[in-house]
Design a protein around this ligand. Structure first.
Ligand SMILES: *[C@@H]1O[C@H](CO)[C@@H](O)[C@H](O)[C@H]1NC(C)=O
Length: 122
């Protein structure tokens, strides 16, 4: 009786562990994003895994990027958004920057290729 319960517990424990998986990109961003200040851009990044991976964006030196009001937004779904902006609001560190998407859960993490973002006036 007890050994049966223990066996079942072990079996369920192993099965639960088998259900976890490291992040795999569903949408990996492209290597290059050129966008116009009048349109802005949305850079998509999503990954699946169990537990559901967290998506963060980092610079090529590994430091995380955050929101810059009106210029850059990191959405909860993992997308990186560059709204349209006026010429005088151009900021090189935001608008001409190499970004990397990082997907992470308790099993592991994956990072995207470098995403070279460049905004211009075309
Ligand atoms: C984009 O830049 C051009 C040139 O500086 C400017 O005329 C235009 O208003 C800007 N677009 C927006 C949405 O601010």
């Amino acid at each position: 009786m007890f050994s049966g319960v223990i066996f079942l517990t072990l079996l369920l424990g192993v099965r639960a562990e088998d259900d976890t998986s490291g992040p795999v990109f569903v949408r990996e961003p492209p290597n290059r994003i050129d966008f116009s200040n009048t349109t802005g851009a949305v850079v998509e990044c999503s990954a699946h895994g169990n537990p559901t991976p967290d998506i963060i964006w980092v610079r090529s030196d590994g430091t995380a990027v955050g929101d810059v009001p009106g210029l850059r937004q990191v959405l909860a779904n993992g997308n990186l958004v560059f709204p349209p902006f006026r010429a005088e609001d151009y900021r090189q560190e935001v608008h001409a920057q190499v970004y990397v998407c990082l997907a992470k859960n308790s099993v592991g993490s994956v990072h995207s290729r470098d995403v070279n973002v460049r905004a211009g006036w075309w």
